[in-house]
Design a binder for this molecule. Sequence first.
Ligand code: DGL
Length: 291
Amino acid sequence: VSPSSSIVVLDSGLGGLTVVRALQAALPQEHVLYFGDTARVPWGNKSPANVCAFVRQIIAYLRPHDPKHVLLACNTATALALSVVRGDFPGLSISGVIEPGARAAIEAAGAKAEPVIGVIATEATVRSKAYERAIHRRRHYARLLLRPTPLLVPIIEEGRTAEDPLVRLALRQYLRPLLERHIDVLVLGCTHYPMLKGLIAHMVGGRVRVIDSAEQCAEDVAKRLRAAGLMRAAGDGQSSERLRCFVTDDSARFGLLASRFLQRTVDAPTLVPLDDLTRAGDAVRPMRRAG
Ligand code: DGL
């Protein structure tokens, strides 16, 4: 590993691009390898064992690129798989999005003694209680309301935007119980949701602070690279190499939606067959499948 190595960013689909955008704004000289597991999205309704296997396979597949850091740009993966894959890849620096998100939520709650913090996330993230742990460790008296919002990831992956009536209907239903309980802060506990941040902020009104952890995540990665002496020097490398994408299905749609979201042309992603991923994962834990 050297300062010129890439950063791997992974998610079940498009959502992690919200973190890539913040990462590239904070660290414009860095090169990112982005993996979206579009054949198996959504992850948020899958079992912990499957999500761990998916994340392990993706890291194993990209390992030959010798990344200097791996960011799980997915709350579901962070909640279910971060500690497991850290054990699987002991020499590799791996981080997630929940700690930076919890930090941002507490900062937004300000001095209020018992802030009411709402979190919308996938079913798996809510069930894991990872946000409760991360927030209560920092602010014992925060009141937390977690709400699974399972339709949002498929809706966003389909390319539906804030103007779509279906998106508005789903959000209205999901947000109503949180608004009735007068939340002070709303955490977007899934990296897909910032794609609808403007609409969500409008729906909850100006009194509620809406938190997406992308910027905190970018800062967190920058801090880790600085501490390890692995920051890439400015002007090192071609700008066209800054983002390379890998997907497991429908690369044309991904390219289109990724370009729309990042507001620049994204090179056609590399299509990775699921068999290749399975093989890479099996090489990490050969006993797993046998048992
Ligand atoms: N972006 C992922 C997250 O942050 C979505 C998971 C899913 O595919 O359901 O949780």
